[in-house]
Design a protein around this ligand. Structure first.
Ligand code: AMP
Length: 413
């Protein structure tokens, strides 16, 4: 199928061609026709599937068709709500590129940065607004944003939005928009709470599911290192010195963990950038830009800060901490192996994280290869890991009792 088959008009086709898109991705094939039919949608698709263009291209087309409608100045016709600042900026960059050959104007607003320049742009009028929830409500309160003319509302990364505690803000924003509108909800997964939100705000929605999990994980060479918690830092340094080269993201579960690893890597002469929720927006954007330009080759990030950010050409992902939510593992490793390249994912697993490996393996339907030939094995006396069965996952000789089952882990971004 080509973009032409999707009934997109010329300015949009031209922009898609210039972005280097030959054919629509699966989520685009399924989503674009329904958006053009003005349907409400629940789309289950992860970042990396081309989901941004799946809503951005048809939204632009609908707004172009509407351009000649009589009106006074520019009104916000499409509102895209995104949980994180980086994601919002990325969506904005996409809209800007795709609208090159239209007269449509878009802008992005997010917290953690001065509000005045954002107000100035909004006062001039835009057709499309991309926003994080808190800043959007602030601007609305200050009467700079008028949502009375919104025709299309997009809730992107809805599961993350709810995980981050934005549910009340999202509901408020939805109520500030007109009742008669088209609503598109995108979410990597559709847990119960997302389903509930969708049921209460969408009208007779169509469902689209694009599961990319299995194929993504199969394109990645995945390796697992069992290591005592206290030796993770040394093992990470050992791998960076001897094994892992190129453009790398290292994931840690907490901000504190990110800072600690940054400190150690800097001390060891590595050039690194970090992103986590406590950094100012400017610092996060700067870190991301430097990494994307190749000025640094290691980015250390928490999941929430990194989620949805489009970083291409990664050579490897290191899971310094294993995620306790298995889908997060899939998101992380999906960043490598993009565009058909074979990526590498290295996971460092301490005793208390062993149970996470099992749930991850169940999800990806794959046994992760264990590397036990390294200087910091979990149990130096015994051969640490014995692979037995494809079905049941790895069997551990004299495995210490998993602490994860005793301790309930808190999510902490
Ligand atoms: P997304 O899932 O929206 O974050 O998109 C992931 C990446 O896929 C981005 O770098 C897009 O520019 C790229 N992309 C989106 N649509 C296409 C397409 N039809 N063909 C090739 N690449 C695409």
């Amino acid at each position: 199928m080509s973009f032409k088959d999707l009934q997109l008009n010329r300015p949009i086709l031209r922009a898609a061609a210039e972005a280097g898109y030959d054919n629509p991705t699966l989520v685009q094939e399924k989503t674009i026709p329904l958006v053009l039919k003005k349907k409400d949608l629940i789309v289950s698709a992860q970042t990396g599937t081309g989901k941004t263009a799946a809503f951005a291209l048809p939204i632009l087309q609908l707004l172009i068709d509407d351009q000649d409608a009589p009106r006074n100045g520019k009104k916000i016709k499409a509102l895209i709500v995104s949980p994180t600042r980086e994601l919002a900026v990325q969506i904005y960059d996409n809209f800007k590129a795709y609208s090159t050959y239209t007269n449509l104007r878009s802008t992005v607003v997010y917290g953690g940065t001065s509000i005045e320049p954002q107000k100035d742009v909004l006062k001039k009028g835009v057709d499309i607004l991309i926003a994080t929830p808190g800043r959007l409500l602030d601007l609305h309160k200050q009467d700079v944003v008028n949502l009375d003319y919104v025709e299309i509302l997009v809730l992107d990364e809805a599961d993350l939005m709810l995980d981050m505690g934005f549910i009340d803000d999202v509901r408020k924003i939805e109520r500030l928009c007109p009742k008669e509108k088209q609503t598109l909800l995108f979410s990597a997964t559709i847990p119960h709470k997302v389903e509930f939100l969708a049921n209460t705000i969408l009208k007779d929605p169509e469902r689209i599911e694009v599961t990319q999990n299995a194929s993504t994980s199969k394109d990645v060479d995945q390796l697992l290192y069992y290591v005592p918690k206290r030796n993770k830092m040394e093992l990470c340094l050992h791998l960076l010195r001897n094994t892992i080269k190129g453009h790398i993201i290292i994931f840690r579960r907490t901000k504190f963990g990110v800072d600690k690893l940054e400190h150690t890597l800097l001390k060891n002469g590595y050039k690194v950038n970090t992103i986590h929720g406590d950094k100012s927006q400017t610092a996060r954007q700067e870190a991301l830009d430097q990494f994307k330009k190749g000025e640094t080759n290691i980015l250390i990030a928490t999941d929430v800060a990194a989620r949805g950010i489009d970083i291409d050409d990664l050579d490897a992902v290191i899971n310094f901490d294993l995620p306790n939510v298995p889908e997060t593992y899939v998101h992380r490793i999906g960043r490598t192996a993009r565009a058909g390249n074979l990526g590498k994912a290295y996971s460092l697993c301490s005793a208390d994280e062993k149970s996470y490996v099992q749930t991850i393996q169940q999800l990806i339907q794959l046994q992760i290869d264990v590397v036990d030939d390294h200087p910091y094995p979990l149990d130096p006396k015994a051969k640490p890991i014995v692979h037995k069965s494809k079905k049941t996952g790895s069997k551990h000789k004299k495995g210490r009792k998993s602490e994860a089952s005793k301790k309930k882990k808190k999510r902490w971004y």
